[in-house]
Design a binder for this molecule. Structure first.
Ligand code: ADP
Length: 326
């Protein structure tokens, strides 16, 4: 295999706090190992259009604390068709990029996997998503920061919920994964979480009401994972209005506030470790793997496994929440 001399780096899909810390880590670790680094702007879009710039060490100075991504991110339709990917490959050749580090969620890693297969390019993925829905890693870059943002918001909502003795449904992100909702509920002391993973098994609203809404409290907060499977917070508020009209119900949809903000120490350290490991993986001739973390150790997860889309929720957390919300 030809030695790698120049790597390209891009952030793609939904942004997540800590992506900048990852860009910094990949860039600095690559330069430390004598590699050239090129920053690709707007995800795969920049690869297709050739929006690419060399990154020196100082280009990533002062960004570890910033939310968002200095490389910008985008969704790129052209890249999902073979002609678009061919264009991307030609731009890589033109720029002398012989390996790619992609920071993003399952869509972005799917794109990397296909590009790697079609053109035999070493690609390394870093799990960058607040949803924590990538298989083979205990956590993802941005998840911890988003959880902390949820806590801050729920703490404030609790003040008004308690004063008015209301039932609040707070919708959090997570796509089809309930990690933010479930762990957000445990950490904020919420009464329940409605998550897609068990939506088809139990009627979570009925269970929550049956288990004693307001048994010992004058207000309740339920975190709902945004998802077509759960139906979202509005759906449950409507149900309560119809089925349990005695309750005074309100909805807060946290939305994109969860995507922003300065990354927590946890996310900065995670991004720094994973970014450094991405370059080590390339130096070891690894290709087409996502760098994950399991039991505090770096692991290489084949793309096919990482994007399987069925990362299981820890069932004991559901029982922790249930026991503590009496
Ligand atoms: P995320 O990475 O956060 O899951 P998306 O699912 O929007 O975000 O994916 C980001 C980008 O990855 C897409 O806009 C597209 O360019 C690329 N991508 C996603 N799925 C595929 C696919 N099946 N084939 C090729 N490229 C893809």
């Amino acid at each position: 295999m030809a030695t790698i001399k120049c790597i390209g780096i891009l952030t793609s899909g939904g942004d997540a706090p800590g992506m900048n810390a990852a860009i910094r880590a990949v860039t600095r670790a690559a330069i430390y190992n004598g590699l050239q680094v090129k920053g690709i702007y707007r995800g795969y879009k920049g690869l297709v259009t050739g929006e690419i710039k060399e990154f020196k060490s100082q280009d990533v100075s002062n960004i570890i604390q910033l939310g968002g991504t200095i490389l910008k991110t985008a969704r790129c339709k052209e890249f999902t068709i073979p002609e678009g990917r061919k264009q991307a490959y030609e731009n890589m050749q033109k720029e002398g990029i012989d390996a790619l580090v992609v920071i993003g969620g399952d869509g972005s890693l799917t794109g990397a996997r296909i590009l790697a297969q079609e053109f035999d390019i070493p690609c390394i993925g870093l799990p960058g998503t607040i949803d924590n829905d990538l298989y083979g890693t205990d956590t993802t870059i941005g998840y911890d920061t988003a959880l902390n943002t949820i806590l801050e918001a729920v703490d404030k909502i609790r003040d008004t919920a308690t004063s008015h003795e209301r039932l609040f449904f707070v919708e959090v992100m997570g796509r089809d994964a309930g990690f933010l909702a479930l762990n957000g509920a445990i950490a904020s002391g919420a009464e329940a979480a409605i998550i897609p993973e068990i939506s088809t098994e139990v009627d979570q609203l009925e269970e929550f009401i049956k288990n004693g809404f307001r048994k010992s409290k004058n207000s309740s907060i339920v975190l709902v994972a945004e998802s077509e499977i759960t139906g979202g917070a509005m759906h449950y508020a409507e149900r309560v209005k119809n089925e349990y009209p005695q309750y005074d119900v309100r909805v807060t949809i946290l939305g994109h506030v969860q995507r922003g903000g300065s990354p927590t120490a946890h996310d900065r350290i995670l991004a720094s470790r994973l970014g450094t490991a991405a370059i080590e993986a390339l130096m070891e001739d690894q290709r087409n793997v996502m760098i994950g973390i399991e039991h505090d150790e770096i692991v290489y997860v084949p793309f096919s496994k990482a994007i399987k889309n069925d990362k299981p929720i820890k069932r004991d957390l559901i029982s922790v929440l249930k026991k503590l919300s009496i």
